[in-house]
Design a protein around this ligand. Structure first.
Ligand code: GDP
Ligand code: GDP
Length: 488
């Protein structure tokens, strides 16, 4: 970092002041002004929020879970689906009701739509419930309680999670009596709901959010400034539990029980390179769940839940086997989550020269979007190069925390644009007016411009930003605000 006596800082400040003044001639929204004046939101808060409480929607196939989830998410879900590159197999969504923000876990759309597969329904419910603070249990009131429903009820009781009972498909007064019969499940008051028409959904949501704790007990509060939080991710059998065991070894300092509950320990504090790190959601790694079906569901759910709590993810890949679609999906889930990323190629002891040759080709082909992630080649079995994880984690987190001073950013943008201006399109050439970093964790940049910047040019700017400032191991975002000259 440059200090005040370094030549160049004054120039940067000069550039910033001049460009900032130029912006005054443009039509800025109150939001723009706030962004420009704040110099970005408080860094300490970003990326370190306590995990939101989690509400899981469970029930047999066809009882209306997906319909209910869509209703709860309102228009938001459509927006989510419109974003290209968002994985289809997403299972958690940000939701809010009555001013409460929470995470909604949708188990609909995961099962094969086959009736009567009680064991499978119960398995799926079990994994969802494990990661939830409260549960919405959906029953089809027009069918009544089935044996499968009763099996799920037993599971819910065992879990000790608070439950609201949704008597769905009560489209009108005629089905109210059906709903009443569900008292027999012993879960308390059945809420008559028509997910399809929206009837009763407000009441049941009121009841559900009352059951949610302020901070998720599943994740455990993540204190700001505590040990840095690492998620160990990867598809089944890549070696997550082996690595965890090796890393923890005799150096495991504490196994942290979630405060004030009788739940299983969720995170582990592990000492590496002389410092303590919090490996989040390790219970999910240690307790190997063997599912006959829905293993993908469990993996996705665990990945997302762990990312929510983590600052940096170590994604394990099996160096001895061809990269799979699931590997690539896990990597993109990390990038979308905005967390820092380290790639660890495990089982290096099983690779020979030929395999390593093919591996490099696979990486070039499959992971072009994440060439910025630091990479370590390790063996959880032999312990090979595990000590390289710490510098990789440090680098990634440092990038994730980086703030580029506004003056420096604008000098840089000025030089880049002078050397490579945006191409002229239809006789017009959009100009970049000013740039600022809106946040860290990950670094997000906002650029004000006189016109739309093409995707190719935005990618070029991102590439140059990385060349100039590094950001090894962190995703970065660049958004453009097109602003017009104020009419006088
Ligand atoms: P899931 O398998 O539990 O996710 O169930 P879906 O949400 O896919 O719904 C299964 C079927 O039930 C669909 O045809 C829905 O349109 C229908 N359905 C869902 N909710 C209601 C409701 O409140 N009333 C009626 N009549 N049908 C519903
Ligand atoms: P997880 O499902 O990701 O937790 O994977 P495990 O840690 O259970 O590992 C799956 C299998 O791979 C086990 O049989 C491990 O012994 C084996 N394994 C894990 N890491 C390595 C490694 O670095 N080298 C070799 N040869 N085998 C490994």
């Amino acid at each position: 970092m440059t200090d005040e006596t370094t030549p160049g800082v004054e120039d940067d400040a000069g550039v910033e002041t001049a460009l900032r003044a130029g912006l005054e001639e443009y039509d800025l929204s109150p939001e723009d002004v706030a962004l420009l004046e704040s110099g970005g939101p408080g860094e300490a808060e970003e990326g370190a929020r306590a995990p939101l409480p989690v509400l899981a929607v469970v029930g047999r196939p066809n009882v209306g879970k997906s319909t209910l989830v869509n209703r709860i998410l309102g228009r938001r879900e459509a927006v989510v689906e419109d974003v290209p590159g968002v994985t289809r197999d997403r299972v958690t969504y940000p939701a809010s009701w009555a001013g409460r923000d929470f995470t909604l876990v949708d188990t609909g759309g995961w099962e094969q739509k086959v009736e009567g597969m009680a064991a499978q329904v119960a398995e799926q419910a079990e994994v969802a419930v494990e990661l939830a603070d409260a549960v919405m249990f959906v029953v089809d009131a027009t069918v009544g309680a089935t044996a499968t429903d009763e099996q799920v009820v037993r599971l819910l009781r065992r879990s000790g999670r608070p439950v609201v009972l949704v008597a769905n498909k009560v489209d009108g007064p005629r089905q109210e009596a059906d709903a009443t019969e569900l008292w027999s499940l012993g879960l308390g008051e059945p809420y008559p709901v028509s997910a399809l028409h929206g009837r009763g959904t407000g009441d049941v949501l009121d009841a559900a959010v009352k059951l949610l704790p302020a901070v998720s007990a599943v994740g455990g509060a993540s204190p700001v400034g505590g040990p840095r939080r690492v998620a160990l991710l990867g598809r089944p059998n890549v070696g997550k539990s082996s690595m965890l065991n090796k890393l923890a070894g005799s150096e495991r300092v504490v196994v942290h029980p979630t405060a004030g509950t009788t739940r299983d320990p969720v995170d582990e504090l592990i000492e590496l390179g002389g410092r303590t790190w919090r490996f989040v959601d390790t219970a999910g790694i240690r307790r190997r769940v063997h599912l006959t079906r829905g293993a993908d569901f469990y993996a996705s759910l665990r990945t997302q839940a762990a990312l929510e709590k983590a600052e940096v993810a170590v994604v394990l890949l099996d160096a001895s086997e061809p990269m799979s679609e699931q590997d690539v999906r896990i990597v993109s889930t990390v990038v979308e989550s905005g967390r820092a990323l380290v790639l660890a190629y495990n089982k290096w002891d099983l690779t020979d020269e030929e395999r390593r040759h093919y591996l490099e080709r696979e990486i070039e082909r499959e992971l072009v979007q994440t060439t910025w992630a630091p990479r370590v080649n390790v063996s959880a079995m032999t312990g090979r190069h595990l000590e390289r994880l710490v510098p990789a984690l440090d680098t990634a987190l440092e990038s994730w925390d980086t703030r580029v001073p506004t003056g420096r950013l604008n000098s840089f943008l000025g030089q880049v644009v002078a050397a490579h201006p945006h191409p002229v399109r239809g006789g017009k050439q959009p100009r970049i007016l000013f740039g600022t970093q809106a946040s860290t964790r990950p670094p997000r940049f906002v650029v004000f411009a006189t016109g739309f910047l093409e995707a190719g040019y935005r990618r070029f700017l991102e590439r140059r930003l990385r060349e100039e400032f590094g950001f090894t191991g962190s995703p970065i975002e660049l958004s453009v605000r097109v602003r017009e000259k104020r009419r006088r």
